[in-house]
Write a protein that binds this ligand. Structure first.
Ligand code: ANZ
Ligand code: ZN
Length: 839
């Protein structure tokens, strides 16, 4: 037929690939191996455009590597535990398991419909016992290796629903369901000791040269290594509870003469001791501890303080007293839970001091003479010390070192390296997660579940009609015998953070024996992942946790790989225009009509509509485009091609109907070429050169994940073929074009390949090679100058003689007019580069 029909061809080739097992990864293959992985999706129910873009990029690379002769592992699975399934259970009264599994089935179908070259035989879902059971075994390994601890830690507590809330369930400091002000509550929870690896994780970043610098920097900041001073403020007088001093940590010892108060956390032992005898202190502490526990909540919450009346003595001046406040922005589990505030040079301290009218002093200046300049806003940047006695004139760096030196010499403080990275709290008081394999016994304490009793399977018979964790109120599941002493004991009801599930799934993809998490030899054949592709939103936590997990396994001697992802690529988002109604509702483009004169109105109401910004596709902005109808209308290849073509992959891609139409037109153009008459004799040197250059360019672009560049090169080649007369070269160019478009538009490529009567499937064909000699340009561009000024350029055959170059240059109209009819005084020729005419 004249048209390529994706409705028929897509399915046909998807089926052929499946039947042939084309994308099955053979661990025993002798070929070199390539592991291409995209971040696995959360099974929310439907594939969205962000997935399509992400997986298309990975797919192009995977198919390209296969054609290059690699044995490729390109797997897919499901990050299937987490809150949304529980929300669905509460709202729709479906079991989280059946909701999740139905979503997986629907999304698997959608991915298959796009024709991704995936090894479906390795599919996994983290919510199935044959995955999370192995995770439990790994948790026990970590326990045995001393990498698991149990600590008191704060959670968000909803006092009305009487339940722990996840951070995302706290909205503006209130519980999402009850609307009650959230409190912080201490609970005993499980932690993985990622801080045992802090320095390694930081150092390791240096070797990740195939990661974006941006991501390495974000991880570095997250780990947050800082050099500081830890010391004790002596307190004047006596303090309840027998405390005589307050230990603080500072990263800015250079600002010590700018201190105007000392602040302790509401959870600090001194605060607690004061509260014993004074109800107003207890009351303040309760107030200061309301609001969410997440860093963002703490950061944005209004600063609250309480003046205890205690006084701290300045370490450099026994007569200088600093008031001691309890302040809500001081975290108990950071540093020492206490600090000295320097309002002039710290943003939070400035806000606090402004509110409570504490002194704001300048002790750092941009240059030495700004000492008396007033401070109107906090100036955290380093500079030169001023108003600081013996520190005056030193740079901030020098002043820091000097204060630390004096503190250490006098013995009242010590220089200290501090990291921001905390241990990883993995306890979640939720149902839909991996049960933590521990049993609590009154006599023996927490005991690991014996390995022969794994997996600890989630009970199916749970109800979501009451808030909180259904595991907690399960009558029989929680009741067990202590594995050590046999006494009646209770099962741990916390489940693991879903980031644990995604910290090792790429290992399980590489090797999935039934009786253990992975087989070392097999996993090492594939790992590390050669190219990992995903959203930058995972730049910190997921990637850091996975790096930790890999290092922990390595330290335990279970694998000899330290870094899980050799190459990392973070792709941009898919964006779309937004529309807003006058009453502030977001409208889908479908609900909008363009009136005469270009005004936009809402179809239903006729009210005028405002065009909003182009933003990331999201349900809340109502600007999503469902891939499914687009696939049905244009076919898989057009959608894939559009995802690759319009923007550099690291940038955002704006969805547009015209963009997808352009991609669909290209598919048909390529199809028309194979229907055009074949010529079998005659060479076309120009086309041959173009072809070889395109092979080189496309290969290089895909190698560098610059898919839009490969698309641009293919557009050029296609135009060149369209313009060329029938010849053997042209026929060869068409054949090669199919190989080059195959990674991006595989259905079209297969169909055309078969129609041409080529051997086998194009999925199994080799990537074309090019002749380097054909890349050499035999035309050169020569600059023509008159009196040293560029006047014109001309193309000429490479190696043109001096005489010919001179003659051609002198014949140029612009040169003629510059010479005004006269003859030049002198002509200088640099072969193949330049002709300079001196008039
Ligand atoms: C005095 C000072 C002056 C500070 C100044 C900063 C700027 P990083 O760099 O992130 O490690 N701090 C110490 N313990 C704290 C806690 N438990 N909760 C909240 N803040 C705490 O942060 C170290 C700085 O954070 C410390 O240095 C301390 O304030 C504050 F111009 O001390 B600084
Ligand atoms: Zn026991």
């Amino acid at each position: 037929t004249d048209r390529f029909d994706p409705a028929v061809a897509d399915r046909r080739w998807q089926q052929r690939w499946a039947e042939a097992g084309s994308f099955h990864a053979d661990s025993d293959s002798a070929k070199p191996k390539a592991y291409v992985l995209e971040m696995f999706p959360y099974p929310s129910g439907r594939i969205h455009m962000g997935h399509v873009r992400n997986y298309t990029m990975g797919d192009v690379l995977a198919r390209f590597r296969r054609m290059q002769g690699f044995e490729v592992l390109h797997p897919m699975g499901w990050d299937a535990f987490g809150m949304p399934a529980e929300n669905a259970a509460m709202e729709k009264k479906v079991h989280p398991g059946s909701w999740t599994r139905a979503n997986i089935a629907a999304m698997r179908e959608q991915l298959q419909r796009i024709g991704f070259a995936l090894d479906w035989s390795r599919e996994l879902a983290t919510c199935e016992p044959d995955y999370y059971g192995h995770e439990q075994a790994l948790f026990l390994d970590l326990m045995d290796a001393g990498l698991v601890t149990r600590k008191e830690s704060e959670v968000n507590w909803d006092p009305v629903d009487m339940t722990v809330l996840a951070n995302e369930q706290v909205i503006d400091g209130k519980g999402w369901r009850s609307g009650a002000t959230v409190e912080r509550k201490k609970l005993s929870q499980w932690f993985l000791k990622i801080t045992d690896f802090t320095e390694e994780l930081l150092e390791g970043l240096n070797e990740l040269d195939q990661w974006p610098d941006k991501v390495r920097l974000m991880q570095q900041n997250w780990i947050g290594k800082s050099q500081g001073l830890q010391f004790c403020f002596r307190l004047a007088g006596t303090v309840p509870g027998g405390h005589c001093d307050i230990e603080v940590f500072t990263t800015r010892p250079d600002t010590i003469f700018g201190a105007s108060f000392v602040a302790i956390s509401p959870g600090h032992p001194i605060a607690e001791a004061l509260a014993e005898g004074r109800p107003e202190v207890a009351e303040f502490i309760a107030k200061a501890q309301s609001g969410g526990t997440s860093a963002a909540e703490v950061e944005t919450a209004e600063k609250l303080g309480f003046d205890t009346g205690l006084e701290a003595i300045h370490p450099f001046d026994a007569n200088w007293r600093l008031p001691v406040w309890i302040a809500n922005f001081v975290l108990m589990d950071y540093g020492t839970g206490a600090l000295y505030g320097v309002p002039g040079h710290d943003v939070r301290d400035f806000e606090f001091a402004s509110k409570y009218r504490l002194p704001i002093r300048r002790v750092v200046a941009a240059d030495g003479d700004g000492a008396s300049a007033p401070i109107t806003e906090p100036e955290p940047e380093p500079g030169v010390a001023v108003n600081s006695q013996f520190l005056d004139g030193l740079t901030s760096e020098q002043a820091k070192a000097e204060v630390i030196r004096r503190a250490e010499t006098a013995g009242w403080g010590k220089g200290k390296t501090q990291y921001r990275l905390r241990d990883w709290g993995v306890s979640r008081q939720r149902y839909w997660g991996t049960p933590i394999p521990v049993i609590h016994c009154d006599a023996c304490g927490p005991v690991g579940v014996p390995r022969d009793q794994l997996p600890v399977v989630l009970p199916e018979d749970v109800s979501f009609d009451v808030p909180g964790n259904p595991l907690d109120r399960h009558p029989s599941w929680t009741r067990v015998e202590c594995p050590s002493c046999g006494a009646p004991a209770r099962r741990e009801t916390d489940t693991l953070d879903t980031f644990v599930d995604s910290s090792w799934y790429f290992i399980r993809f590489a090797s999935q024996p039934e009786n253990q998490p992975f087989d070392r030899a097999e996993a090492e054949k594939w790992l590390p992942v050669g190219q990992y592709i995903g959203g930058v939103e995972h730049a910190i936590l997921h990637l850091l946790y996975a790096r930790f997990w890999m290092r922990a396994l390595e330290r335990m001697g279970k694998i000899s790989i330290k870094e899980p992802f050799k190459g990392l690529f973070t792709q941009g988002m898919v964006t779309h225009e937004t529309y807003e109604s006058p009453d502030g509702r977001w409208l889908n483009p479908d609900e909008i009509e363009i009136r005469e004169g270009g005004t936009l109105v809402e179809r239903a109401t006729g009210a005028e509509v405002r065009r909003g910004r182009v933003e990331k596709m999201s349900k809340s902005k109502k600007n999503t485009v469902d891939p499914e109808p687009i696939l049905a209308r244009y076919g898989a290849d057009a959608v894939r091609w559009f995802m690759l073509s319009d923007s550099p992959p690291e940038r955002d891609l704006e969805w547009s109907e015209s963009g997808i139409e352009g991609a669909a037109r290209f598919v048909q153009r390529v199809w028309r070429l194979i229907r055009s008459p074949a010529g079998n004799d005659g060479e076309d040197i120009a086309l041959a050169k173009k072809l070889h250059r395109t092979i080189a360019a496309v290969g290089e672009a895909i190698e560098g994940l610059q898919f839009n560049k490969s698309v641009a090169a293919l557009y050029e080649l296609t135009s060149a073929i369209e313009k060329a007369k029938p010849s053997a070269t042209r026929d060869e160019a068409i054949r090669t074009l199919l190989l080059l478009v195959a990674p991006g538009a595989p259905h079209l490529a297969e169909e055309a390949w078969a129609t041409r009567g080529e051997d086998g499937m194009i999925a199994d064909a080799a990537w074309p090679s090019f002749d380097p000699a054909m890349l050499v340009d035999d035309e050169v561009t020569i600059a023509v100058q008159v009196n040293g000024k560029l006047r014109e350029t001309m193309t000429a055959p490479r190696g043109i003689s001096r005489e010919d170059a001179e003659a051609r240059a002198l014949a140029l109209p612009k040169v003629q007019s510059q010479l005004g009819g006269g003859s030049p005084r002198k002509v200088i020729v640099v072969p193949d580069r330049l002709v300079n005419i001196v008039a």
